[in-house]
Design a binder for this molecule. Structure first.
Ligand code: DX5
Ligand code: ZN
Length: 223
């Protein structure tokens, strides 16, 4: 994966579950780069979503990397499960990890990529000491838990700060943004330095999901 190329990661949180297979196949065949899977436990965030069986099932229908976003407490307990289920990138929340360095090492021990995510209120400086241990940094631009929320504009400053930190480190780290990514925010998000764009409602909301994804990606690539 190239760290400056634009990647689009449709979030199946907003998919039509009755058409999940068709929708994921359509996006896979038409230029999606990752499939973003939001795992919520009703404890770390006030919502419940998918578990490892969904990851395992998605693996059978798409060749794209599965970008699994764990919004759960005690993620250490589940790393092996999600790696075995087929996660290619496993992202944990800094706020959910007492021993983040160890958690990231455990993810790498499974032979997959490790990501760390920061809530809107969490400063970038909290992950300064684990830059050597991550392949992806996820900046949340909404409070995690639900799709279709409004982009929090203070996130832009954090994206820029994260970009500077990554470039200074010289490490190959993807900079991902999640929450409120749509046609009105995507340009600015990319201009501030992000290169992986998660999008739920802006892709699955319109009737033509492929057209919506292509438009969003084209706008990001031109920004
Ligand atoms: C929110 C999730 C997101 C969500 C984004 O907690 O992590 O991945 O699907 O949805 P949109 O793009 O609709 O803001
Ligand atoms: Zn997410």
């Amino acid at each position: 994966m190239e760290t400056h190329k634009i990647y689009i990661a449709p979030s199946i949180l907003s998919a039509d579950l009755l058409q999940l297979k068709t929708q994921v196949e359509m996006l896979t065949e038409n230029g999606a780069d990752f499939i973003h899977v939001d795992v919520m436990d009703g404890h770390f965030v006030p919502n419940l979503t998918f578990g490892r069986n969904v990851v395992k099932t998605l693996k059978r229908i798409t060749s794209l990397p599965l970008d699994v976003h764990l919004m759960i407490s005690n993620p250490d307990l589940y790393i092996e499960d999600y790696a075995r289920a087929g996660a290619d990138i496993l992202t944990v929340h800094e706020e959910a990890c007492t021993h983040l360095h160890r958690t990231l090492q455990s993810i790498h021990q499974q032979g997959i990529k490790a990501g760390v995510s920061l809530n809107p209120a969490t400063p970038i400086a909290t992950i300064e000491n684990v830059l050597d241990n991550i392949d992806l940094l996820l900046i949340m631009t909404v409070n995690p838990g639900f799709g279709g929320q409004k982009f929090i504009p203070q996130g832009l400053k954090k994206i820029a700060e994260a970009r500077r930190m990554i470039d200074t480190s010289g490490r190959d780290i993807l900079l991902e943004v999640d929450g409120g990514v749509d046609s009105s925010t995507v340009e600015s998000i990319v201009q501030h330095g992000a290169n992986v764009l998660v999008s739920g409602n802006a892709i699955f909301g319109p009737p033509d999901i492929v057209a919506a994804m292509k438009q969003l990606k084209a706008k990001a690539e031109k920004a």
